[in-house]
Design a protein around this ligand. Structure first.
Ligand code: FMN
Length: 147
């Protein structure tokens, strides 16, 4: 059993639904889960934790407003994050050149901090994917042995 911190970046609510669907699946698999809709780095446990980042991209490849301060704090921190694992789900729209940049950038940032990428990044194209919650749940189930 692992302990998950789900960190949500969302402007319009879509990533929040995905995060809640992931919570349901992870709890069913026997994991402990805490959700963070307004993440504050100082309040989120990292030692021996798995972080699941669910974030959309807005502006021109930007992070949603509600995680901008969190990401800035994460960039600056010198806290040892080497015991932490993570996985990232990105929601975006492939008509943008900056498709899922927020998810891709936070994925790179966590690798640069020495965290272990449990499952490679999942990007969901909202211009074609009609059920991002189900897609995320299936992705977790397919990879459940790595969680
Ligand atoms: C103003 C605006 C800008 C956007 N910019 C991007 C972008 O740069 N890259 C991308 O992949 N998707 C972009 N999107 C698409 C959103 O990421 C997509 O609609 C997503 O599902 C929104 O998720 P949310 O409801 O969690 O905010 C943009 C959407 C809007 C409305």
């Amino acid at each position: 059993m692992s302990s998950f911190q789900i960190i949500v970046g969302s402007m319009l609510g879509g990533s929040e639904y995905v995060a809640e669907a992931c919570e349901e699946t992870l709890v069913t698999l026997g994991h402990q889960v805490q959700l963070h809709f307004q993440p504050d780095l100082a309040q989120i446990p990292s030692e021996n934790q798995t972080w699941l980042i669910c974030t959309s991209t807005h502006g021109a490849g930007d992070y949603p407003d509600n995680i901008q301060a969190f990401v800035t704090d994460l960039e600056k921190t010198d806290h040892d994050l080497s015991s932490m694992s993570f996985l990232v789900i990105g929601l975006g729209d492939s008509s943008y050149d900056t498709f899922c940049y927020a998810a891709k950038n936070i994925n790179k940032l966590l690798i640069s901090k020495g965290c272990k990428e449990t499952i490679p990044l999942l990007t969901i194209d909202m211009s074609t994917d009609i059920d991002p919650e189900l897609r995320s749940q299936e992705w977790l189930m397919t990879n459940k042995d790595h969680l």
